[in-house]
Every structure is written in C-alpha cells, then in structure tokens.
Design a binder for this molecule. Structure first.
Ligand code: UDP
Length: 239
C-alpha cells in the first residue's frame, strides 16, 4: 500500500478553543502535547505544515465589544491572544523535537519573528513547522480568514479547518441528532446557505483563488494522518 502523503504542503487552522481542553478557557498543556504528536506524524511522512492559530480561548474582539470595549482595541487583544497561543504551541512542538517557527503578522521584536512570506516558504521547504499568529494583523478579520490568506500565500494544497464536529451539517449536530453531514460542498453552496463553515470573507478568498478547504474533526485521534494518506473524513469545500 502506498504510504506517501497526498499533500505536499498544508495549512492547518486550529481554533483557540481547541487548545482549551475541558476547561473551555485558557491553555491545556495536555491538549498541546497530543496535538504536537499528531502534527509530528505529518512532518514524519514529509508533509510541510503551516499552522494558523486562533485566540478565542482567551479573547475575541466581538465579545469584548459586547462588554463595552472599543472594537479595534478588542480585536488587537484578540490578535495578541493568538500570539500567546502560538508561543505555547511552539513550546509544545519543540519539546516534541519538531523544529518550529513562530511568525507574527504584528512585529514583536525579541518575542516572535515578523511574518515574511519568503522566509516562511524557506522554513517550510526546510521541514520546519511554521505557526502564523496575530491573524492578518488587521481588526475586523478572523483567524479563519488569516488561515485562508496564509494558505493561499504559501501555495498550500489544502486548507484544513479542525473542529469539534465531524464536518459540515445541514443543522447543528449537537442540538439535532438527525442532522445530515455533507461530504462535499461548493463555495457557492456555503455562501448561499450560510452554513457557518467559516466566515464569508474566508470562503470568498478561497473561492477567488480556488483553494480547497476541508472541515474535519481533530478530536478523533489519527484523523489528520488519515487525511494525508487519502482518507476523506469531514467535508470538502471546493469549486
Ligand atoms: N482577530 C483580528 N484580526 C485577525 C484575526 C483575529 O482582529 O486577522 C481578532 C478578533 O478579535 C478575533 C480574535 O482575534 O475574535 C481571535 O481570533 P478568532 O476569533 O478567529 O479565534 P478562534 O475562534 O479561531 O479561536
């Protein structure tokens, strides 16, 4: 059986919540360790891995605004939260002996490298995992949009969005046990039906640049590796 990966380079989007574990807030080191293991398996079979990390486990601009803060200040706090998550994730990856770079859209001399497209490509080719943090660097965007943007920039074969459910459903599978999962959707399906896969900015970006997107359940151990070896877990969104 052919064990060579079907993707050469991927962009994996991890939400901040994915790092929070059972608590729902903050960073759970045990979760980071198991994530590092799964990411290490990909590096082990020669996949180049770019990561975009969210910040929702710490701060979200929209929630801070609802609590009375200025939206731009809130979004800046949200982006800084992704830098903290990135530092924790890099630490966990490096403890697992996975060479990792952390690049921030917002320069933060002495703490993280500033994002540079050509450097990022060089690191990836070198077999290093590259974590992209601070989102796009701009307020009013999300880390989903950042994931699609970076995925397109680094010429990834696919953008993978890790979620807690098995893919995209016609209704919320947590609330509705009869919800039906889609195996495949077009960008237009997603845009028309507001299925809540990702925000519309992110979907439009993928559509404009023909970047395939797969939503899958990362809580299932080995799901990521299976995808690399030809599995079809989750929902694929493409043209
Ligand atoms: N954010 C932003 N610009 C970006 C990316 C993120 O302003 O390009 C802010 C925004 O406030 C967002 C927060 O950072 O709520 C955390 O990101 P996100 O909500 O996407 O994280 P996730 O839901 O993936 O954990």
């Amino acid at each position: 059986k052919d064990r060579s990966p079907r993707y050469k380079r991927i962009l994996l989007k991890l939400s901040g919540e994915a790092l929070a574990g059972e608590e729902g807030f903050g960073i759970d080191p045990a979760v980071l360790d198991s994530m590092s293991l799964e990411i290490g398996q990909l590096v082990g079979i020669g996949v180049q891995v770019g990561l975009v990390i969210g910040g929702g486990n710490l701060f979200r601009g929209a929630a801070l605004q609802a609590a009375g803060l200025d939206r731009v200040a809130g979004d800046h706090m949200g982006m800084l939260a992704t830098v903290m998550n990135g530092l924790a994730l890099r630490d966990a990856l490096e403890r697992s002996n996975i060479r990792t770079r952390l690049m921030s859209a917002i320069p933060m001399s002495g703490v993280v490298e500033h994002y540079d497209h050509r450097h990022a490509i060089r690191y990836l080719k070198n077999g290093e995992v590259v974590i992209f943090c601070a989102g796009t660097g701009n307020p009013f965007f999300t880390t989903d949009s950042a994931a699609c943007l970076r995925g397109i920039e680094i010429n990834a074969d696919v953008v993978l969005k890790a979620t807690k459910v098995d893919g995209v459903y016609d209704s919320d599978p947590v609330k509705n046990p009869a919800a039906i999962k889609y195996d495949r959707l077009t960008y237009d399906d997603v845009l028309a039906s507001k299925l809540g896969v990702m925000d519309l900015t992110a979907i439009c970006l993928c559509q404009d640049h023909n970047m395939p997107l797969r939503v899958f359940n990362m809580n299932k151990k080995g799901a990521l590796l299976k995808l690399m070896l030809g599995g079809s877990e989750g929902t694929l969104v493409e043209a």
